[in-house]
Write a protein that binds this ligand. Structure first.
Ligand SMILES: Cc1cc2nc3c(=O)[nH]c(=O)nc-3n(C[C@H](O)[C@H](O)[C@H](O)COP(=O)(O)OP(=O)(O)OC[C@H]3O[C@@H](n4cnc5c(N)ncnc54)[C@H](O)[C@@H]3O)c2cc1C
Length: 453
């Protein structure tokens, strides 16, 4: 197999079998799953190479697992049937920028941070922000969102078109440069969130935005999480321009204090960012203060204007999972990812906390509260079967409850290996159609097998 692949790729250094490289591609960076080594890691440089490789893999029923930066959380990049791990990071060019149309076309392996560094020069940015420095292809394939989704939406709202190599090697282009189209089935959406199970995304047309520099950031500390949730709903509904509305429970704040040497009150917090076209943001502050007057259970309100301090605040938030990891050094992290209608966020979080108490299981809660999306991060000892079982039970209870109140099992991380068990109750007969789509596009089941369905 390796010789045949080298015939296609033609450059030995892009067809790698050394143990360290295989190990790096055996698992997600933070996964609680056990990894599997691929047979080989291939670094393609263009769409035609991938097409030739997939034609060969299809013919020989060799599994292909696309790999971006491996920051997914649920075993997405584990090559469970070995085969080829396809590392996309050499495909990192910006193909074109059209600032009149506010679109850019990029290769799928470019990282969002590199893209944003380039766009910053012309006062533009790509707003989808999963916190991690993910690749655009990985973000397309998980329908990533994160802390800016309240204002700018998820990947599916910001991707206009794709170039995809199908498992048999056929190259297709979906969508295009226009903001809207009613022409034919929406194939772009089919590949967004497909987790590499239907083909390899090689190029992406993104909708980009003008940078808005004026902002106000508020930090609110509450006596209880219920009031924090309710306040987040009111703020999301009544203030325009809210780009980030993040909720952290008292455990999260305590761990941030421990890891980042901060001195926040150890109580539930909302971190809020509001963007404004106007330089004077005092009117937003006044609006917020007016809303907060209603709530007696607020311990502390403070505003941040210093750009560096604001960056530091979001870094603390984005790196929370790593802070949790540093606190529970001997454990791995299992993270739930449910999303509920925002009016149900408070009861969903209350239910999760009650279950943790009832089952005497520790977890840290953090939420993109403006979207109704929350994570419970469970530190688990992966070598203790009972601990794993208890964590799975917690995750199932939280997810089934979210489904029962109109939510979804995954707001942004995707299904991978870990959430497959909820698809039947979430999707019913639609799961049959999903299976048919997979069988039609990938009859040999070579693309990221055993993921999603
Ligand atoms: C601490 C932490 C916090 C996170 N916070 C958020 C958050 O707030 N919001 C959020 O949305 N996500 C979050 N994530 C999850 C993760 O960062 C995203 O899912 C991200 O989009 C994955 O991108 P990646 O480049 O690392 O992809 P990978 O992990 O490499 O791959 C993800 C999936 O996409 C497939 N894939 C990758 N590239 C391609 C391609 N070119 N074509 C086809 N399939 C491909 C892979 O096979 C895999 O199934 C977080 C992760 C961590 C560890």
């Amino acid at each position: 197999m390796i010789d045949e692949i080298k015939n296609i790729i033609k450059e030995e250094k892009r067809v790698i079998t050394d143990k360290n490289t295989l190990l790096k591609h055996s698992n997600d960076t933070t996964s609680y799953h056990f990894g599997v080594l691929p047979d080989v890691v291939v670094y393609p440089k263009n769409t035609n190479e991938i097409s030739a490789l997939l034609r060969y893999a299809s013919k020989n029923k060799i599994s292909i697992t696309p790999f971006g930066h491996g920051t997914s959380t649920d075993g997405h990049v584990i090559p469970v049937q070995k085969g080829i791990s396809l590392n996309m990071t050499l495909m990192k060019e910006i193909v074109s920028i059209n600032s009149d149309n506010l679109t850019v076309t990029v290769e799928a392996g470019i990282s969002r941070k590199v893209l944003n560094e380039e766009l910053k020069r012309i006062n533009l940015f790509f707003p989808v922000n999963p916190g991690m420095d993910a690749t655009i292809g990985g973000m397309v394939s998980t329908n990533a969102s994160g802390s800016n989704a309240l204002l700018y939406g998820a990947m599916k709202h910001n991707v206009l078109g794709l170039t995809v190599v199908l498992p048999d090697g056929m190259i297709i282009k979906t969508g295009g440069l226009t903001k809207k189209s009613s022409s034919g089935y929406n194939l772009t959406s089919l590949f967004i969130g497909a987790e590499g199970t239907l083909g390899v995304v090689t190029e992406v047309i993104l909708s980009v935005k003008n940078i808005i520099k004026n902002k106000l950031v508020a930090k609110l500390a509450f006596k209880d999480i219920d009031t924090a949730c309710q306040t987040s709903v009111v703020i999301g509904q009544s203030i325009s321009g809210v780009s980030k509305l993040e909720l952290l429970d008292e455990q999260a704040m305590s761990i941030i204090n421990y890891d980042k040497k901060t001195t926040y009150p150890v109580s539930p917090h909302l971190f809020i960012e509001v963007l404004s076209e106007s330089k004077d943001v005092s009117f937003i502050k006044n609006q917020l203060i007016e809303i907060l007057k209603e709530h007696k259970k607020i311990i502390e309100v403070s505003f941040e204007y210093d750009f560096k301090k604001i960056e530091e605040l979001w870094k603390q938030r984005n790196e929370l999972a790593f802070s949790v990891q540093s606190f529970f050094l001997d454990k791995k992290l299992m993270t739930t990812d449910v999303c509920v209608p925002i009016s149900n966020l408070a009861i969903a979080i209350k239910h999760a906390r009650e279950q943790m108490k009832k089952h005497d299981f520790q977890g840290v809660i953090v939420s993109h509260a403006g979207d109704g999306n929350f994570h419970v991060i469970f530190p688990v000892n992966i070598y203790d079967a009972n601990d794993i079982k208890r964590a799975h039970t917690m995750s199932e209870l939280i997810t089934e409850y979210a489904l029962s109140i109109g939510g979804t099992s995954s707001g942004e991380h995707g299904i991978g290996l870990g959430k497959k068990k909820h698809l039947q109750s979430e999707h019913g007969n639609s799961l049959i159609l999903m299976n048919r789509i997979k069988e039609t596009i990938d009859p040999n089941n070579i693309m990221n097998p055993q993921k999603i369905i």
